[in-house]
Design a protein around this ligand. Structure first.
Ligand SMILES: Cc1cc2nc3c(=O)[nH]c(=O)nc-3n(C[C@H](O)[C@H](O)[C@H](O)COP(=O)(O)O)c2cc1C
Length: 148
């Protein structure tokens, strides 16, 4: 794993995806990327801020940057896709700011949708693990906190 010296930041308005993410159980907020933005196709742990809710806490996220090689060939569109962990709702048309904080792995083509979905579950677990290790437990909405 490789830690970015400063988080890499992408801002934009969420675009319509293929809606496949919802079917797979991992909906994503998609941003298109300028040609040379964010070098290398990879999966990251990071934070997403909803810019139209400036007071809200950022969302711990698993973020993919690349061309979705499981579904598209090399001419597929290069996208940033952020899965906001525990977020329920539709972000289409809303401005967000994505910080890529910890590179988790390379983007790759999977032999089946099931294999990709299994990997996405591992990516979410790794992103949660990154947030805990970074002292960001308070941002993890889906956790059950027991006060003793
Ligand atoms: C954390 C994360 C990791 C991903 N990793 C891969 C990958 O390794 N290979 C791949 O082809 N697509 C990967 N994707 C992209 C999915 O294929 C994509 O989100 C899915 O097809 C839904 O696309 P849609 O948002 O356009 O509906 C990843 C997405 C996320 C959120």
């Amino acid at each position: 794993m490789q830690e970015a010296p400063d988080p890499l930041i992408v801002e934009g308005v969420v675009e319509a995806g293929d809606q496949r993410g919802r079917e797979l159980g991992f909906p994503t907020a998609n941003l298109s990327l300028a040609g040379d933005a964010i070098r290398g196709d990879a999966v990251w742990a990071g934070l997403v801020r909803l810019l139209d809710e400036p007071d809200s806490r950022p969302w711990v996220s698993a973020v993919s940057v690349g061309r979705r090689p499981t579904f598209y060939d090399r001419r597929g569109p290069r996208l940033l896709e952020a899965h906001l962990i525990d977020f329920r709702g539709d972000l289409y048309g809303r401005p967000i700011r994505v910080e890529l904080c910890r590179r988790l792995r390379r983007m790759r083509a999977y032999g089946s949708v099931e294999a990709l979905v299994h990997q996405l579950g591992d990516d979410v677990a790794d992103a949660r693990g990154w947030a805990d290790a970074a002292g960001l437990e308070a941002l993890q909405r889906g956790r059950v906190h027991v006060d003793r």
